[in-house]
Design a protein around this ligand. Structure first.
Ligand code: NDP
Length: 502
């Protein structure tokens, strides 16, 4: 008999199942009986196994681990988990690709999600970042449009380079992120061998109520490793799950991956000196202006026991802060403060915070948000309103700095200027080596080949503004007229859009 376990199979309510392979029929060849409740339960649950896929970051892998502070950061933030060198905090990280579906190849040219949940003694702190220090757009109003261009076309369900380049070239603030995406780092070799970034600026405040602006850099100790386009194409066919497998196997084999958590810290006076908006997520803070400071080490040391329970249901919120940490005015971050929680309510339901991976572990939640579907635990005999005088929890006053904000309520479009090309140019001209530049252009040319002529020309203008030499090489590679690129580059953006319209 198969099944040597002493445990017997039961219904979901614990009653023994006497037969699990043969349905109950009326006679040997007769129809199945509705009273075969074991069959009914099995089929009904099977039909409900899937929950909505994440709209973005659908394919992911995750693991548990620990953060160990190496510095006392209490001069900058009152966050308890950063307040003492040597202090350890349990965490969970989920890595992901962005545009592909749950079964998509890990070796896609796509940013990687790098989402960390710190289970601190003051509640969960979620640092929901990527493997890139910046992003394509800076206004959340453009986010659904941008993602629509990275996913499948509504008419034929195909991914399409043409719509990607159409959007990017009409949204040229994307040039910096596009340059990184098509560089070697656009396809990390696995999740262990890449950096993570908080990308946005965040607020830190200390017990004296002084505040600072910070950016997080999570630097890999495995060394950066990437796949070339050709290696990635082969990997996508040979093992579409290679990065998921790599992470799981490394941890199972005791090769625990680790990263150093670094921050860039600036005062209000320092950010005001920037030539660009320091809260614009399309830009980095140059290292020369804000050096990295190591504050701790992250180590992943435990695989999830069940993928669906721990990874598929893991829900990260950029709005999940702890005392001492808050948002900056970065517009994209402000949009994310809303949309992550909102999407989890849709995917997992209003009590998703009660799913074990999402529960606070360093403390207990005492909330008046009660009821709705799938309540796993509720306090007994405690009022669910405030103010109360019946022993229920009340707010804990913690000082928060007053951040000056002024201005009329209006929509303020941010024009793309030469400043938006500077950091992409620095990457291309100063940071990358000649072979790295060559591979970047080769990757772009390969992708641009999938775009129609006028979209390709508009895209070449975007590269021209980054570095004319790069646009010339690209024009040769994709057989576009470089003279025309030069002419189009002399136009205003509005005229360029007109000249390259349908
Ligand atoms: P630095 O010379 O001090 O830093 C260059 C940075 O670029 C390093 O962090 C390096 O990472 C990283 N890098 C190298 N290759 C790539 C790549 N293909 N894709 C993305 N990053 C890469 O210069 P600055 O701080 O003045 O920045 C110059 C440019 O470097 C920026 O415009 C930006 O494009 C890029 N950059 C800057 C970062 C920052 O926070 N300042 C962070 C990441 C990139 P590593 O140290 O691992 O080799």
């Amino acid at each position: 008999m198969p099944g040597s376990s002493k445990k017997y199979l039961t219904t979901v309510f614990g009653a023994p199942i006497v037969e699990d392979n043969v349905s109950m029929t009326a006679g040997k060849g007769g129809p199945i009986l509705l009273q075969d409740v074991a069959l009914l339960e099995k089929l009904a649950h099977f039909g409900r196994e899937r929950i909505p896929e994440r709209v973005v970051h659908a394919k992911g892998a995750g693991a548990f681990g620990v953060f160990k502070a190496t510095e006392d950061m209490s001069a900058f933030t009152r966050a308890d988990f950063l307040g003492k060198a040597g202090k350890e905090t349990e965490l969970f990280i989920r890595f992901s690709t962005v545009g592909g579906e749950r079964g998509f190849a890990d070796a896609d040219r796509d940013p990687r999600g790098f989402a960390i949940k710190f289970y601190t003694a003051e509640g969960n702190y979620d640092l929901v970042g990527n493997n890139t220090p910046i992003f394509f757009i800076r206004d959340p109003m453009k986010f659904p449009d941008f993602i629509h261009t990275q996913k499948r076309r509504p008419d034929n369900n195909l991914r399409d380079a043409n719509i990607k380049w159409d959007f990017w070239s009409l949204t040229p603030e994307s040039i910096h992120q596009v340059a990184i995406l098509f560089s070697d780092r656009g396809v990390p070799a696995n999740f262990r061998s890449m950096h993570g970034f908080g990308s946005h600026a965040y607020l830190w405040h200390n017990k004296k109520n002084e505040y600072f602006w910070v950016k997080y850099h999570i630097v890999t100790n495995q060394g950066i490793k990437c796949l070339t386009r050709q290696e990635a194409q082969k990997m996508a066919g040979d093992d579409p799950d290679h990065a998921t497998r790599d992470l799981y196997t490394a941890i199972a084999d005791g090769q625990y991956p680790s990263w150093d958590l670094n921050v860039q810290i600036l005062t209000q006076a320092e950010v005001e000196k920037f030539a660009f908006d320091p809260f614009d997520v399309t830009k980095v803070w140059p290292h020369a202006d804000a050096p990295l400071r190591k504050i701790g080490t992250i180590t992943l040391n435990r695989n999830p026991g069940d993928y669906f329970r721990d990874v598929e249901q893991a829900a990260f919120n950029p709005s999940s802060f702890v005392p001492g940490i808050g948002p900056s005015p970065d517009k994209l971050l402000q949009g994310r403060l809303f949309s992550y929680h909102d999407t989890h309510l849709h995917r997992l339901g209003p009590n998703y915070h009660q799913i074990p991976v999402n529960q606070p572990r360093g403390t207990k939640a005492h909330t008046n948000e009660r009821d709705s579907y799938m309540v796993l635990s509720s306090p007994e005999g405690v009022p669910n309103y405030w103010p109360n005088s019946l022993g229920g929890p009340g707010p804990k006053p913690i000082a928060y700095p007053e951040i000056p904000v002024t201005g009329a309520a209006a929509r303020y479009p941010v024009e793309v200027t030469s400043l938006d090309y500077e950091q992409a140019a620095a990457l291309y001209n100063r940071v990358l080596t000649a072979p790295e530049r060559e591979r970047l252009l080769d990757n772009v040319a390969d992708s641009l080949a999938g775009a129609i002529d006028r979209v390709r020309l508009r895209s070449l203008v975007m590269f021209y503004k980054m570095e004319p030499g790069a646009a010339k090489l690209l024009a040769e590679a994709v057989k576009s007229d470089y003279g025309q690129v030069e002419k189009l580059a002399a136009l205003s953006f509005a005229d360029l859009v007109k000249a390259t319209a349908a």
